[in-house]
Design a protein around this ligand. Structure first.
Ligand code: LER
Ligand code: MN
Length: 268
């Protein structure tokens, strides 16, 4: 089992992350704690010093399983379903630049909040078809990089909340390079049985986020991670288990507890 943790490459308003800003210091801390990978939340790849980032990743021998893109929505309002075509086009261009970065780092690109919402004055059919077109165009623009759609709970978006809805959407898209990112925090709100949903995703599962029911580190709430790990192993998932949770009681303690908890589960 390979563990990673989310690190924002720039200061961020999104709360469920332990590390942000000071890249050099945070990468060193993440490596020292024992993570094999670091998931990078990148608002705009154009603002990154890529050679320096690659140098630091090599230095610490850290893999990058995924690139998060939600800050382009949260901080800049870019989305695939915005009522203005200019913003939709900018969202697509941004995701394509995330894909070009991901290609260099061997990562998947996450499509989370950047998909947008239905409630922007457009009908749900229109929002779904804009999302459909944007994903097909992004996938066609870079066939080497995989996109992972994340079902997100109803309190954050009204577009693709459950695994079932998202699988249905994938069936419609019919693109091998587009799959799912499942997040235990969202699944705990939306799924009937988390294990059944993991089974249903099967080979279409590209990446996995962990947080407990309260969005604290795994082990701090009431989600059954033992069962979840068994389900992941049943479907042959061999990607990263990536921690995306609140920095409580503090980032260091939360990160250490995640590592200890999964090591303990593995020993059992
Ligand atoms: C991002 O991975 C996520 O899980 C969402 O809650 C972003 O708000
Ligand atoms: Mn997530």
């Amino acid at each position: 089992m390979k563990l990673s943790i989310v690190l924002s490459t720039q200061p961020a308003s999104f709360s469920a992350l332990l590390y942000q800003g000071n890249l050099a210091e945070n990468l060193q801390k993440i490596k020292r704690l024992g993570f094999a990978g670091v998931e990078l939340a990148v608002r705009d790849p154009a603002k990154l010093d890529l050679p320096e980032l690659e140098r630091m990743l090599n230095l610490h021998r850290l893999q990058v399983p995924a690139i998060g893109t939600g800050q382009a929505y949260l901080e800049e309002g870019l989305s695939f379903t915005h009522s203005e075509s200019l913003i939709r086009r900018q969202a697509m261009e941004r995701i394509i630049s995330h894909m070009n970065l991901a290609e260099k780092l061997g990562a998947v690109v996450i499509v989370g909040l950047i998909r947008g919402q239905k409630i922007t004055g457009v009908g749900s059919k229109q929002a779904e078809s804009w999302l459909y077109e944007a994903l097909r165009d992004c996938a066609a623009a870079n066939k080497k990089v995989r996109l992972a759609i994340e079902p997100i709970n109803r309190y954050e978006t009204d577009l693709l909340n459950s695994v079932d809805q998202s699988l249905h959407f994938l069936d419609h898209l019919k693109m091998d390079t587009i799959g799912l990112l499942l997040d235990t925090f969202h699944m705990n709100i939306e799924e009937r049985l988390i294990s059944d949903s993991i089974q249903a995703a099967g080979k279409r599962l590209f990446h996995f986020h962990v947080a407990d029911s309260n969005r604290w580190y795994p082990g701090a709430g009431h989600i059954d991670f033992r069962e979840i790990m068994q389900s992941l192993s049943k479907i042959g998932y061999n990607g990263f288990i990536s921690g995306e949770f609140l920095p409580r009681p503090d980032p260091e303690t939360a990160a250490v507890r995640m590592i200890q908890y999964f090591n303990q589960l593995q020993r059992e």
